[in-house]
Design a protein around this ligand. Structure first.
Ligand SMILES: Nc1ncnc2c1ncn2[C@@H]1O[C@H](COP(=O)(O)OP(=O)(O)OP(=O)(O)O)[C@@H](O)[C@H]1O
Length: 271
């Protein structure tokens, strides 16, 4: 079922086949319709944004993608098959990693140790097997450290690798969170409002790192964001939500010129 058609973007990047597809997703909380009949796909190698005003349903959608919410209706297709209901840790094993809007790091631990926790899904050996196969356990530990260190270098946080996270300014904490998610070497990286609460300089840094990650590792990235301006330069394609419905989907230019999107952002009254 996977759409394998690839295409090359204006800036020369190759976007692959469909990695994830949301089909007619609806999600309710009691009487509140958070998502109504939304379909869209995420293709390999692209940066895909989901934007919309407050309460549009973006977080709910990210939680459906990450497996945290099970929609009442619709199907989530991933890597060419319907994804069965699974717990978030099982979703993580399938190669989906995420960051959170409110930073979720171990504040008392160093940057390096936090990034290493991103490797948990790659640790195959329990305590008993580590005791029996010591050499193999050491080898695994070395490999995990190598991946963590490579990502720390890439995100330019070597100088704080031993620093407890609690001592870092907000912008750097967000970068450490990105590093931890990347340490899992995900097929799909989900970013929950990665620029929220940042100053202009921090936003520019974060945008650059998101682009570099996509470029260097080829990681497919889906992000939700409140601020339309921030994602327009960053994204290949944008889904726009409003009141739980999809009102736009396309390239940044298409979305920018979509009347329903303009109305939603200008706060035009809805029937
Ligand atoms: N756990 C929940 N229980 C009940 N209602 C919820 C829950 N989560 C979200 N909602 C409701 O669903 C709708 C969509 O909320 P959601 O948080 O997904 O929107 P959002 O676009 O992420 O908003 P924001 O930009 O303000 O974070 C809102 O009406 C919200 O009140």
């Amino acid at each position: 079922m996977m759409d394998q058609e690839t295409y090359v973007t204006a800036d020369g990047r190759t976007i692959g086949g469909v990695l994830m597809e949301m089909r007619n997703i609806s999600l309710r909380f009691g009487g509140v319709k958070a998502i109504t009949d939304i379909s869209f796909d995420i293709r390999e190698g692209e940066i895909r944004a989901i934007i919309g005003p407050n309460g549009a349903g973006k977080s709910s959608m990210l939680n459906v993608i990450s497996g945290f919410y099970i929609p009442q209706e619709g199907e989530v297709w991933y890597k060419g098959a319907v994804r069965p209901q699974m717990r978030p840790f099982e979703v993580a094993r399938q190669g989906i990693a995420r960051t959170f809007q409110n930073i979720a790091l171990f504040e008392g631990m160093s940057v390096l140790d936090n990034v290493m926790t991103g490797r948990l899904n790659h640790m195959t050996m329990g305590l008993l097997s580590q005791a029996i196969w010591k050499g193999k356990a050491e080898q695994e530990e070395i490999e995990n450290r190598e991946v963590a260190e490579k990502i720390i270098d890439f995100l330019e946080i070597q100088h704080i690798r031993k620093t407890p996270v609690s001592r870092l300014p907000y912008g750097l904490k967000k970068r450490v969170e990105l590093a931890r998610a990347l340490a899992a070497q995900p097929s799909l990286l989900l970013l929950d409002e990665p620029m929220a609460g940042m100053n202009v300089e921090e936003k520019e840094d974060m945008s650059r790192f998101i682009l570099d990650v996509n470029d260097e590792f080829g990681t497919t990235i889906a992000l939700i964001e409140h601020d339309m301006g921030v994602v327009m330069d960053l994204s290949d394609r944008v889904v726009v939500m409003d009141y739980g419905k999809k009102i736009g989907d396309g390239s940044p230019d298409e979305v920018r010129n979509n009347q329903a999107v303009i109305d939603a952002y200008l706060g035009v009254a809805h029937d």
